[in-house]
Design a protein around this ligand. Structure first.
Ligand SMILES: [Zn+2]
Length: 205
């Protein structure tokens, strides 16, 4: 018995007209029959490109967390900070809820998202099914709005701009890696074709 699930229907985001979904070939896109808006598309080499970008993200994440973020020189004293230092400092000052939030959105969620993406995509590349891949992929999707590295970055910049007059600030490798990470995560998000991943997970061995 073949059932038509809500999964196979899609509403146009511009005019709400319902369409039945068809599978597309690479590079094709489906448009609304009433208003012409793009409903969904099959991005070329989506899996490979997302995989390469996710691996790049992992490297950038490691660089961002291992190397100095900034160093301050004030009256002969130098203080080096890491990416996570801001969160730890908040914790020491008693703002533990804020510390938890900052570390979660700036470090923990992005890492979980990168690792989750690789966990799902690497076996799929070889057409293999891996334990709980669907649950992990669902989690990756749920994490996306919470991996707010740009908010974290903005907070750091605001905090440190005040110190410019007081101390000499040297920007570290971590800061540049983190800035690159924000860009490459956005590229990976746009390269990812979630529909294709779901289809491949269903047909993988
Ligand atoms: Zn439409």
């Amino acid at each position: 018995m073949h059932m038509v699930s809500t999964h196979s229907l899609i509403a146009c985001h511009d005019c709400d007209l319902l369409h039945r979904k068809h599978s597309l070939r690479e590079g094709e896109r489906a448009t609304c029959s009433r208003c012409g808006a793009v409903l969904y598309q099959k991005k070329p080499d989506s899996l490979e490109r997302t995989l390469i970008l996710a691996l790049t993200n992992l490297i950038l994440f490691v660089l961002a967390n291992v190397f100095p973020f900034m160093s301050f020189q004030l009256q002969g004293r130098e203080q080096v900070t890491l990416l996570i230092s801001g969160g730890i400092e908040l914790f020491h000052q008693g703002f533990w809820q804020l510390a938890f939030l900052v570390i979660a959105v700036g470090v923990f969620f992005p890492l979980l998202k990168i690792l989750g993406t690789l966990y799902v995509l690497i076996p799929l590349k070889f057409n293999r099914k891996i334990w709980r891949a669907q649950e992990v992929f669902r989690l990756v999707g749920a994490l996306t709005p919470w991996a707010m590295m740009e908010v974290f970055m903005l907070g750091v910049i605001v905090a440190y701009v005040k110190l410019i007059d007081l101390a000499t600030i040297v920007l570290g490798i971590s800061l540049f890696s983190f800035a690159a990470l924000i860009v490459v995560v956005a590229l990976a998000d746009s390269a990812l074709d979630a529909e294709e991943v779901w289809e491949r997970m269903e047909s993988a061995q």
